[in-house]
Design a protein around this ligand. Structure first.
Ligand SMILES: Nc1nc2c(ncn2[C@@H]2O[C@H](COP(=O)(O)OP(=O)(O)OP(=O)(O)O)[C@@H](O)[C@H]2O)c(=O)[nH]1
Ligand SMILES: [Mg+2]
Length: 637
């Protein structure tokens, strides 16, 4: 008999966030030769489609290279044409002023919630007052009781966002868009079962009475209608469900761990966070208020010794540990849920359009990037027919790679069923501006280019815009697109645009209804189901891998892993049961068949053992006897 080394390995997964997007396709473009502003005074009257100019605009023979830049940021951009324009670079004087008035970034001062969820287990005892129990050594497992819902604030450390995330430093909190977050979730561990025996007056040798541990708390994700950003995750990153209570004497089972509910805004996409640059698998898309998904089921409670009583084992001195609760890092991403998304170059008049078709009052000003965060407005035709319209920040060339504000907001367009593309008629080359925006959308996500869209040529009240309209219209008609023209400021033509958008939205809704009708309702609990399925893998499903160089045998299987995790080595019968299970599920046989030799290391689901051939050949079967006695244990503490 000799000793064995045991090593339990816990791998801590450090996850980082990826900013990587698709690589930019080479455009091979140059800057426009003449991008100087040529704004003319505003024409006194409104205009429309019929107001086509007599002299159609002579399109300059320049190779269009990027979206027309406005004089506001031309100077700086021309020097470094591909410089990334950050929120902090854009001119937003009134906004900054307002945020200062409000107290200089009020969100920064949000305090961390103090509430702690989960259980305080305190001291755990098997004994009770009335019943004397056998002493099987110390049952305290202090380290097991630390768990409870943990709240970690984003301080300087910002634990949840480590790993290459570029932060918008220097930008007041009011301007940041909290539509991405990274959180840690952990289901509660199951409580431990205990070994206890019934001892009463006149019943000196009562049977085993150790109760089972309670089930760990579950992690749920729920859509909270009142949330419109992922801002709360700035203060709280870790969500841990409570662990199950431990079993007690007199067959008392432990209490169930407290569940934890992660509340997210409607439209949140939940991905599994990954270490590498690749985006993790989409686990859930929670769109509608009230949707609730069981994400991680709590660990099973360990069985107490009462559960191990059998005809052969009348005095079982064995109990299981609770099953560990699953854990993972999640990436949350909020995408606006709107029927119509207004896209276009900066200063095209997107916010103006939203302001005239809905009650929304977005910031409107004659400089690019007036809109820093998406604005939502509800357009109502009558009581029944309404649609939600989102006005998005302006797009620049390279938006798909993060230029301007595009990167942050382009993904919001993914959720809109229809896009209204506003083109600034007063720009130098409206048709090229249009093409460039289309290209950006396509580069960001080819599915965006396939979305139904309308083109609204804006600022028709300006003479230069109405002059360029015929050429623009011709350009688009050649592409098979029927453009609309309007003057958002004077509301001319806006009704036609909105009605056309509404019609498109309705058509898409009808089509989707038909599709949904055929498809089965989506199972929101599929992540938890997958985990449960994994837990139910039988113990005899394992694989043996032999590493010849290090004379190590790896025996891996989901069932075995769970069994090793739940074996509580402090109880004397655990070793015997472990040996028995290895024998019964065929691990020993498999190892012997493959030629395991004395002294070889055997790692069973992370537990390191040394193989010994038993010299004792007595027993019904030599092979079985040998293997049963062949794995030795060190002195377990
Ligand atoms: N003449 C004229 N000016 C317009 C019209 N629509 C918008 N504008 C002006 O164009 C400027 C920009 O308008 P916004 O609505 O802020 O443009 P935007 O597309 O939302 O701009 P960003 O949010 O910066 O991307 C403002 O000065 C508006 O008054 C229009 O139909 N005619
Ligand atoms: Mg705007």
């Amino acid at each position: 008999m000799s000793s064995i080394t045991v090593g339990t390995s816990l791998s801590v997964v450090a996850l980082s966030r990826s900013n990587a997007r698709r690589p930019k396709k080479p455009h091979g473009k140059k800057l426009p030769q003449d991008s100087s502003p040529q704004f003319k005074p505003k024409a006194p009257s409104s205009s429309n489609d019929k107001l086509s100019s007599s002299s159609s605009m002579a399109v300059e023979a320049t190779t269009y290279t990027r979206l027309p830049l406005k004089d506001d940021f031309l100077a700086s951009s021309l020097v470094e044409p591909y410089r990334e324009i950050k929120l902090s670079d854009s001119a937003v004087p009134d906004f900054v002023e307002r945020s200062n008035e409000l107290g200089g970034g009020e969100f920064d001062e949000l305090s961390i919630e103090d509430e702690l969820e989960g259980f305080d287990y305190g001291e755990y005892e098997v004994e009770d007052d009335e019943h004397e129990e056998e002493d099987y050594g110390s049952f305290e497992e202090g380290s097991d009781y630390e768990e409870g819902a943990e709240i970690v604030g984003f301080g300087n450390k910002e634990e949840g966002l480590e790993g290459g995330e570029e932060k918008e430093k220097g930008v007041p909190a009011l301007m940041r868009c909290f539509d991405r977050a990274k959180v840690y979730v952990k289901a509660g561990d199951g409580g431990n079962g205990v070994v206890a025996f019934r001892r009463e007056k006149f019943v000196p040798f009562g049977g085993p009475s150790g109760g089972d541990g309670g089930r760990g708390g579950n992690v749920y994700v729920e859509v909270d209608e009142s949330m419109n950003s992922l801002l709360p995750f700035r203060n709280r990153v870790h969500f841990r469900a409570g662990r199950g209570g431990h079993g007690q004497g007199r067959k008392q089972h432990g209490a169930k761990g407290e569940d934890v509910v992660v509340k997210v805004a409607p439209g949140t996409v939940i991905r599994e966070a990954r270490e590498d640059a690749i985006e993790g698998e989409v686990l859930l898309e929670l769109l509608h208020p009230g949707q609730r998904a069981l994400l991680l089921p709590g660990g099973r409670g360990g069985r107490g010794n009462a559960a191990f009583k059998s005809g052969l084992t009348k005095v079982p001195k064995i109990a299981e540990k609770g099953e560990p609760g699953p854990e993972m890092w999640l990436e949350l991403e909020l995408k606006l849920v709107a029927d119509v998304g207004i896209v276009g170059a900066p200063n095209a008049g997107k916010s103006t359009l939203l302001s005239v078709i809905s009650a929304a009052q977005p910031n409107i000003a004659n400089y690019p990037f007036t809109t820093l965060l998406p604005n939502l407005g509800v357009v109502s035709f009558d009581y029944d027919s309404t649609m939600v319209v989102a006005d998005l920040p302006g797009l620049l060339e390279g938006a798909h790679q993060g230029f301007g504000l595009g990167h942050e907001f382009l993904r919001h367009t993914e959720r809109c069923s229809v896009l209204v593309h506003v083109v600034d008629g007063s720009s130098q080359q409206p048709q090229y501006e249009f093409d460039a925006i289309r290209l950006e959308l396509e580069l960001f996500n080819p599915e965006l280019a396939d979305k139904p869209y309308l083109v609204a040529y804006n600022k028709m009240d300006l003479p230069e815009a109405s002059e360029r309209w015929p050429a623009f219209k011709e350009h688009l008609l050649a592409m098979g697109i029927q453009p609309h023209c309007m003057s958002a400021i004077s509301k001319q033509g806006t009704k036609e645009v909105v009605c056309a958008a509404y019609e498109l939205v309705q058509r898409i809704k009808e089509a989707n209804k038909e599709l949904e009708g055929g498809a089965a309702a989506f199972n929101l609990n599929h992540v938890a189901d997958r985990i449960t399925q994994k837990r139910n893998v039988p113990i005899n499903e394992f694989q043996i891998i032999h590493d010849i160089s290090s004379k190590t045998w790896h025996v891996d299987g989901e069932g075995l892993e769970r069994f090793v995790q739940m074996t509580n080595w402090r109880y004397v019968d655990s070793e015997r049961r472990f040996q028995h299970v290895l024998e019964a599920c065929g691990v020993n046989k498999g190892l012997i068949e493959r030629g395991v030799k004395e002294g070889d290391t055997v790692i069973v689901a992370g537990l390191e053992l040394v193989w010994y051939d038993s010299p004792d050949t007595s027993g019904s079967s030599g092979a079985r006897k040998r293997s049963t006695d062949s794995i030795r244990w060190p002195d377990w503490k």
